[in-house]
Design a protein around this ligand. Structure first.
Ligand SMILES: *[C@@H]1O[C@H](CO)[C@@H](O)[C@H](O)[C@H]1NC(C)=O
Ligand SMILES: *[C@@H]1O[C@H](CO)[C@@H](O)[C@H](O)[C@H]1NC(C)=O
Ligand SMILES: *[C@@H]1O[C@H](CO)[C@@H](O)[C@H](O)[C@H]1NC(C)=O
Length: 194
């Protein structure tokens, strides 16, 4: 009788331990837990200008790919399938010589077939700040980006002080040269974060 009880105890201990395998077995996830969400979140508004310069000897945006046989350049800056990588300065005013507060880095791709009537990019960029309160923090943008005077893009995340960010940005085209693609863009961001 006593032996049976001991055996039963051992068996249950074995069964319990087999349901949570030891770390050496290569478990790569933790048990999910229910956590409280904050009742409030922060709302921060950001205002700055991004300079996207394709022309000249020191461009901030470069064409890295295009459809086979298509030459991208002045007069044909954005055929369907063209991809640009950018590292654009962010400044406090529309003047390129004004104070730099960060940089927008990423790539954009022409994603509309009908570029004549509905020219559209997919903007995939990390907008990072290098001064002030948000130095070292950035917001992640992943969005459609049509060629219109004023547009809205989605903020899908962030780093640092903008961890878990969500929000939107309104971009106003201050300057655009359709021949060489140079642009100065005014960004008004509304960011909700923790
Ligand atoms: C921003 O942060 C970096 C890294 O911590 C630091 O080196 C730099 O001096 C800071 N810049 C400003 C303007 O505060
Ligand atoms: C647009 O770019 C072209 C080619 O670089 C240049 O000739 C023209 O002057 C520019 N237009 C404006 C308004 O800056
Ligand atoms: C962006 O914000 C600035 C400063 O708050 C404001 O003057 C401007 O009208 C706003 N632009 C847009 C397109 O919302």
């Amino acid at each position: 009788m006593e032996k049976t009880i001991i055996f039963a105890c051992l068996l249950s201990v074995l069964l319990m331990s087999s349901s949570s395998p030891p770390a050496v077995m290569g478990k790569y996830y933790s048990k999910s837990r229910v956590v409280p969400v904050p009742l409030t979140q922060k709302k921060t508004e950001l205002h700055f200008f991004m300079h996207d310069i394709i022309s000249g000897n020191t461009p901030t945006a470069v064409n890295i790919a295009a459809p086979k046989g298509v030459v991208v350049g002045e007069g044909n800056i954005g055929p369907f399938g063209a991809v640009y990588v950018f590292d654009d300065p962010l400044t406090v005013t529309a003047d390129p010589k004004s104070e730099v507060v960060g940089n927008g880095r990423g790539f954009y791709t022409v994603v509309s077939i009908d570029v004549k009537n509905s020219w559209m990019l997919l903007f995939t960029g990390d907008i990072g700040f290098t001064s002030g309160k948000y130095n070292g923090s950035s917001i992640s943008v992943f969005s459609r980006d049509p060629l219109v005077q004023t547009k809205e893009l989605a903020i899908v995340g962030g780093r640092g002080q903008f961890r878990m960010a969500k929000g939107f940005l309104i971009i106003n085209m201050v300057y655009f040269n359709a021949t060489n693609g140079d642009a100065i863009l005014e960004f008004n961001c509304t960011v909700f974060h923790q």
